[in-house]
Design a protein around this ligand. Structure first.
Ligand SMILES: C[S@@+](CC[C@H](N)C(=O)[O-])C[C@H]1O[C@@H](n2cnc3c(N)ncnc32)[C@H](O)[C@@H]1O
Length: 314
């Protein structure tokens, strides 16, 4: 397992960013976010800085780019990728629910309290670096510890959620976070197998809990892991808070662009945009979510479940 402060890259620029994570729907992100000119641009999910490099390349030197991530390895990789950016770059290790505070700090630091927020991007979920580094994000890695924290300083781990949550609550969590219809069976199987310490033990407990026909496919396993990861990282609360805050901070004509990777996230974004339309604060630019085309999925299979939604401040 990599330590949080292990060196990430000696590669430079966008090649290094791509090695850390290949950004999904790059052209569509740029087309909807419309980065350009000055003002403040926020990437709430910096990752390896792939989308950030595309954004910064289009900004003028007086623009302020703020990149946020809670994973220290992401900050390190993005720092390399953005080394030659011509705009003013501020990279902060933070949870994006605190984006408003980060923006306030940067404005204060620059003495530019009136600098308008013109665009905000969320590329939700996991970076490829997180999936590949053996911290329990992938159920293919049986020996991985049940960790799943994107922020290594956070205390709650997947093991804590799986071993300490009462059965009924665990079933609700699996149902609510991942729409898993077999949540009660799965929760009962997990409770029976406690204490769980490795991904392999979780996989076996989930598979044993399922009717025979369901054991051949990965779907229930995938959704169970997703539900636990969402709980460990507080993903829905984080998203709700940051959409509300940035939606409020955005200047007229400013853009919100969100890439989500499962129906729970997408539903939340859709509802937020719909409410904005009803309140007259947002124009929804994507009546239906955009999906990556076949060529992109062939090149980057991890982009296959991406859905892009965008809105403009009225
Ligand atoms: C799919 S990756 C983003 C990849 C990035 N767009 C790129 O081009 O490399 C998602 C990133 O968001 C970060 N992240 C997810 N939820 C977060 C949150 N609530 N606060 C801060 N960072 C978060 C993860 O740590 C991860 O690095």
């Amino acid at each position: 397992m990599c330590s949080a402060d292990a060196p990430v890259f000696d590669e430079s620029g966008s090649a290094g960013a791509q090695a850390f994570h290949t950004p999904a729907m790059q052209e569509e992100v740029v087309a909807f976010l419309l980065p350009g000119g000055g003002g403040i641009w926020v990437d709430n999910t910096l990752g390896g800085g792939g989308h950030a490099s595309l954004i910064c390349a289009r900004l003028s030197p007086d623009a302020i780019f703020i990149g946020i991530d809670r994973d220290p390895r992401a900050l390190e990789a993005a720092g390399v990728a953005l080394r030659s950016a011509k705009c003013r770059v501020f990279l902060r290790r933070a949870h994006f629910a605190d984006a408003a505070g980060v923006i306030d700090d940067v404005r204060r630091q620059l003495g530019e309290m009136e600098a308008p927020v013109r665009g905000a991007l969320w590329d939700l979920g996991l970076s490829s670096d997180q999936i590949d580094r053996g911290e329990g994000f992938s159920f293919a890695d049986r020996s991985a510890k049940l960790d799943m924290r994107q922020d290594p300083d956070q205390t709650v781990t997947a093991a804590a959620v799986l071993n300490e949550t009462p059965e009924r609550q665990l079933a609700d969590l699996i149902y609510q976070n991942a729409d898993e219809r077999l949540s009660r069976r799965v929760a009962a199987g997990i409770v029976k197998a406690r204490p769980l310490t490795t991904m392999g033990e979780l996989v076996d407990a989930v598979l044993r809990s399922l009717p025979r026909d369901y054991r051949q496919k990965d779907d229930v396993l995938r959704r169970t892991c997703q539900a636990v990861r969402i709980a460990v990282n507080g993903e829905f609360d984080q998203l709700q808070q940051s959409l509300a805050d940035l939606g409020g901070l955005l200047v007229k004509g400013g853009r919100l662009v969100v890439l989500s990777y499962h129906s729970g996230e997408d539903r939340l974004v859709k509802r937020f945009f719909r409410q904005g339309r009803i309140d007259g604060t947002l124009e929804v630019l994507t009546p239906k979510p955009m999906r990556p085309d076949r060529a992109e999925i062939r090149e980057n299979s991890r982009a296959r479940s991406a859905r892009l939604r965008a809105a403009q401040k009225l």
